[in-house]
Design a protein. Structure first.
Lengths: 717, 343
């Protein structure tokens, strides 16, 4: 009884667990139950039950409601699909003038908007692509094919790679200094001589369109949310869901709305890249000291002047960090968008992975990683760069970067011209190195992979079998063995114990959505993979973080490593694991672990670092040893921050599990991948994406609520 | 007294929902406690006063006393919940946004505790900022800003960024910026509170020198009673949103209106605050000795001279007319006597 009074929370949790397990044992597995491999709503089976809702027929396998809830939301994907179809093809038909046929044509409004948007985006991408690579689409867009036939010299020649490389180096020098300039130059040279120039420039042109547009929209919406509480409240749930929604899942509706190709990818990239920009804009504007705003107003600023002359310049750094985020999201989307036909590095990578040509994939992946690091470092350098006074500099000093670029431009053109004489009859290597003419190390890597397989096959196989048979399969079976009601009770109970009624209700709503969707089993598989990944990641991350924290240098080094790894688009992680473990669940899980360990490590170090110096000194003066200091002072204080790390780890793990579907898993991601190649997939893809997002949000809600309370309790903020 | 520039009539500022309604219901009898129970926080409670042209009113109070809120009501950075505020006869609360901007661009300048400089602009650009906002062309605004740079003694640093300056230097920029448009009314919100004691004293002297030259109408906020005594023509002491006493420094020291005010005055060295006029005897002008002192002299400066006298010392005004007398023993009373009562 005394213990009960002393640790009431502990007993509440114990009680919850007892109820959970009691439910698990009380509710038996129905005899007819089996894991459904096909998609229930498309397989006609006499054993299925059927119900109609809003005119939609929903088929499903019925079980005891305690075991699995019936998919009462099964109509939602079908309904979303039909609505989209209706909006695109039937809603608001209007007369539109058609340039080509010179007559009015009746078309649905949304379709016309989508077409116009699409052609505008295509034009922008082509324009930049042709500046970088050459071509004639842009000229044709303004004139006609006949015109270009008559004047063939009008075709854009494209920039020689030497000029682009010099440009990148000079820009890096201006933003950061010699180190980054060297890195930029080497990266560009690497890309070029390894024959990755064309896909790289295609990807770059994609980013050059998507990033500025996302920036403008994000900044605009961020300002609107800063100024009006109502806008912020309206945006908040969308921002929240978008943060945990796998980028993969948003591709599917884009397919329906905008079709296949770069343009659709750009538009959908904006949908993903705008939310972080909005968040950082709001954050930056909120962080401005109120006195600066008052100073602006006392200077007699109008609202417009206040925003653009005082607020935005003052919040410059946060806004530019937003730009950094936008660029990185755009880049990772540029890779993933290969699934809906965007050209570039992602496409090559996807192709290589599909052919199991690991060497080629590795080259493309390295290229992607180098560009990612370069873009990240450049945009961060821009954010951290402080304006300098240049009024007293000479004309040359002020414009030296422009002059250098002009000089290298001329030199590049001369080189390219000279190249036409040197490489007569073959390819002009000083202009552009074609894809198949660069150096390729693919064979070397492929042989390496073969060698690894030949040499270590037995061990890898043994490890694989052990992991799958003795760990993963039982774990999966356990997760699937949970009756839906028991899971609900556990989730809601946890919500109530952590955050009271409010949290319980939020968690209940999120869980119910998943439980009532047709994919509860799939969600459980996703959850099991994510849990496995998160547990191992946290073990590694917390240990590595704690060890690295013992020394200032190693801590800084580790944070740097985390920074670099975090810039890689998630897709890249699949390459090395496929190289070593082939196409198995093990590969996916190892990719998940590697990817999710980044935030776990980073937040551990950051959390331990944030313990105030005064406390360290106080502890030392009370005579604690290193171990005591760690357990008695640093861990308790850093724990809330480490829990935020856990939150991020879960989100990262979910992302990777979903992307892992590419290798072949049986979770929600598999269906998302399927939906991509299904013309009726939009509704399914979106609903699946929301399901994944909700799994993330359940944990997000619980962890954040707990951290908030804990921080308040400890008096840290 | 010359013309009134700032005039407040029963100004209230109450934070919270329904503040306006609750104020109306209370009929001007605002009790902070009952308001707080209903979720409202009283910032300024029934403030009425006037500031004359060229006068420096120092509002003194501890943190949370509502002094900054009062200043923000008068500069209309926040809207007062009730009462009337007149700036040169104009009803401030009736102004529309455009008129308010005009007023701020031409009549008002403000200095902030944390300097509030724009981090992306140089010293001279920061100072030129209000002018450029107003629409003055670049050349003119920069040359005007350069004059201000000289005025506050920052020549040679005009192209520095705020991050490259010390606190005192940053506040000089803040002062120069607030003066760039040549405002008539100058608001200073704890301008020297964030500075080191030595720099603070230096800045106070500098400020007095500037004010002697410029003769602005000033509202100066501080939590430092010594600073208030040193600078003020009149001091308003605030507590919990209420102005406890508004008077000249001498009167506040000699006749504190409330217990709260008296606590502040206890430790104040009177000889540094009071002038001869405050302690002289205006009725007896006979039997004077040879020594004459000016009535505006601070006691500390002439105490030694007076104390060596045996006869009454004559007090003269600026035209050298005798207006009163002072006994040497009165000086001793003033310096030591009051302290005895106080403690």
């Amino acid at each position: 009884m005394e213990y009960l009074k002393k640790y009431p929370k502990l007993f509440q949790w114990l009680f919850l667990l007892i109820v959970f397990f009691a439910l698990c044992f009380a509710i038996d597995v129905p005899e007819t139950y089996k894991f459904i491999r096909g998609q229930a709503e498309f397989v006609k089976d006499p054993n299925q039950s059927v119900y109609f809702f809003l005119g939609k027929e929903v088929r499903y396998y019925a079980f005891d409601v305690f075991w699995r809830l019936p998919p009462l939301l099964g109509w939602l994907p079908i309904w979303i699909n039909d609505s989209l179809f209706f909006l695109m093809n039937e809603w608001m038909p209007m007369e539109f003038w058609n340039e080509d046929t010179q007559e009015f044509k009746t078309r649905p409004l949304l379709l016309e908007i989508s077409r116009n948007l699409t052609s505008f985006m295509t034009f922008l991408i082509e324009l930049i692509r042709e500046i970088l690579l050459g071509g004639l689409e842009t000229i044709v867009a303004f004139t006609s094919w006949d015109f270009i036939d008559a004047y063939p010299w009008l075709e854009l020649p494209g920039l020689p790679w030497t000029i682009v490389a010099a440009g990148a180096a000079i820009l890096s020098y201006k933003l950061s200094g010699k180190g980054l300039a060297l890195f930029a130059g080497l990266t560009m040279i690497y890309i070029s001589i390894f024959g990755q120039w064309k896909p790289s420039m295609q990807t770059l042109s994609f980013i050059l369109v998507a990033a500025p547009l996302s920036f403008i929209f994000g900044l605009g919406l961020g300002i609107a949310a800063y100024k009006s509480k109502r806008v912020e409240k309206a945006l908040y749930p969308i921002l929240l869901v978008m943060q945990t929604m796998p980028q993969y899942a948003v591709l599917v509706p884009a397919l329906v709305l905008f079709g296949v190709g770069d343009h659709a990818a750009v538009i959908i990239t904006m949908v993903v890249a705008v939310p972080p920009m909005i968040l950082l804009t709001i954050l930056g504007l909120r962080a401005i000291p109120p006195e600066v705003i008052e100073a602006g107003r006392m200077s007699g600023c109008t609202n417009w002047q206040l925003m653009f002359k005082v607020l935005i310049p003052t919040a410059r750094r946060d806004i530019l960090i937003g730009v950094n985020q936008v660029i990185m999201v755009c880049f990772s989307m540029a890779v993933i968008s290969a699934f809906i036909g965007a050209k570039g590095l992602g496409f090559n990578l996807l192709l290589a992975l599909n052919q199991l040509n690991i060497g080629l994939a590795l080259e493309a992946g390295l290229c992607i990683s180098l560009i990612a690091i370069l873009l990240d470092k450049m945009s961060l350098a821009w954010a951290n760069k402080q304006t300098d006074y240049f009024g007293n500099l000479t004309f040359f000093q002020r414009n030296k970067n422009v002059i250098f670029f002009a000089v290298s431009f001329v030199i590049g053109i001369i080189f390219a011209y000279v190249g036409t004489f040197i490489f007569k009859g073959s390819f002009n290597y000083l202009f552009e190195i074609p894809h198949n003419k660069g150096i390729s190390t693919a064979d070397f890597w492929n042989r390496g992979v073969d060698w690894i397989f030949d040499t270590f096959f037995v061990y890898i196989k043994a490890f694989n079998t052990w992991l799958i048979q003795d760990v993963l399969q039982p774990m999966r079976a356990l997760y699937l063995r949970m009756p839906a009601v028991a899971t609900l009770v556990l989730a809601v109970g946890a919500g109530y114990l952590i955050g009271g009624i409010r949290s319980a209700l939020v968690v209940a709503a999120l869980t119910l959505f998943i439980a009532l969707s047709p994919w509860w089993d799939r969600a459980l598989v996703t959850l099991y993979m994510a849990t496995f990944g998160v547990v191992i990641s946290c073990l590694i991350g917390f240990t590595v973080g704690t060890l690295c924290f013992q020394n200032k240098k190693s801590a800084a080094f580790m944070l740097g490593v985390c920074d670099i790894f975090q810039t890689f688009p998630s897709f890249v992680y699949l390459i090395p694991v496929m190289m070593l473990f082939g196409i198995t669940d093990t590969s996916v899980l190892i990719a998940v672990i590697v990817y999710a360990t980044i935030p776990a490590t980073r937040y551990t170090i950051e959390g331990l670092r944030s313990v105030p110096v005064g406390l360290h000194e106080a502890a030392t003066m009370s005579g604690v040893n290193k171990f005591q200091r760690l357990t008695k002072i640093e861990f308790p204080l850093a724990f809330p921050h480490m829990m935020l790390g856990l939150n991020q780890t879960i989100v990262f793990a979910l992302f990777m599990v979903i992307i892992g579907a590419f290798i072949g898993t049986e979770d929600l991601g598999q269906y998302i991948l399927k939906a991509l190649s299904d013309k009726n997939g939009a509704g399914i893809g979106l609903t699946l994406g929301i399901c994944v997002a909700f799994i993330g949000l359940i944990f997000d809600n619980l962890i954040r609520t707990w951290v908030g309370k804990r921080k308040k309790h400890l008096g840290i903020d | 007294m010359s013309e009134t520039v700032i005039k407040c009539e029963s100004v209230y500022k109450i934070f919270g929902e329904n503040a306006k309604k609750m104020l109306e219901e209370s009929n001007g009898n605002v009790d902070a406690k009952t308001f707080q129970e209903r979720g409202c926080i009283v910032g300024v409670n029934n403030a009425s006063f006037e500031v004359a042209k060229g006068e420096m009113l120092v509002v003194m109070g501890l943190s949370g006393s509502g002094k900054s809120t009062l200043l923000r009501c008068i500069s209309r950075l926040t809207d007062a919940t009730g009462g009337k505020i007149f700036i040169e006869g104009q009803d401030l609360l009736e102004l529309n946004n455009k008129e308010l901007i005009e007023l701020r661009r031409n009549k008002m300048g403000m200095v902030f505790q944390s300097f509030a400089l724009l981090p992306h602009k140089t010293v001279v650009e920061n100072i030129a900022f209000p002018l450029q906002i107003k629409g003055t062309n670049t050349e003119e605004s920069i040359s005007r800003a350069m004059e201000m740079v000289k005025l506050v003694g920052l020549d040679g640093r005009e192209n520095y960024f705020p991050r490259e300056l010390s606190g005192g230097q940053q506040q000089r920029v803040g002062i120069a910026r607030s003066l760039a448009v040549e405002p008539d009314i100058w608001f200073l919100d704890e301008p020297f509170s964030a500075l080191d004691p030595l720099i603070r004293k230096e800045m106070q002297d500098e400020f007095l020198r500037l004010q002697e030259k410029l003769q602005k109408t000033i509202m100066f906020i501080t939590h430092d009673f010594d600073e208030a005594l040193k600078l003020a023509d009149r001091i308003a002491i605030m507590k919990d949103g209420i102005i406890e006493q508004l008077d000249t420094p001498a009167n506040i020291v000699l006749n504190p209106a409330t217990e709260y005010v008296r606590k502040f005055t206890e430790e104040v060295p009177r000889e540094k605050v009071l002038i001869i006029e405050d302690v002289m005897d205006a009725s007896s002008t006979d039997n004077l000795g040879d020594l004459k002192v000016s009535k505006d002299e601070i006691i500390e400066n002439v105490a030694e001279k007076i104390l060596t006298q045996e006869k009454l010392v004559g007090v003269v005004d600026s035209n050298n007319n005798i207006v009163g007398s002072i006994k040497p023993s009165k000086i001793i009373d003033t310096v030591f006597g009051a302290r005895k009562n106080g403690s």
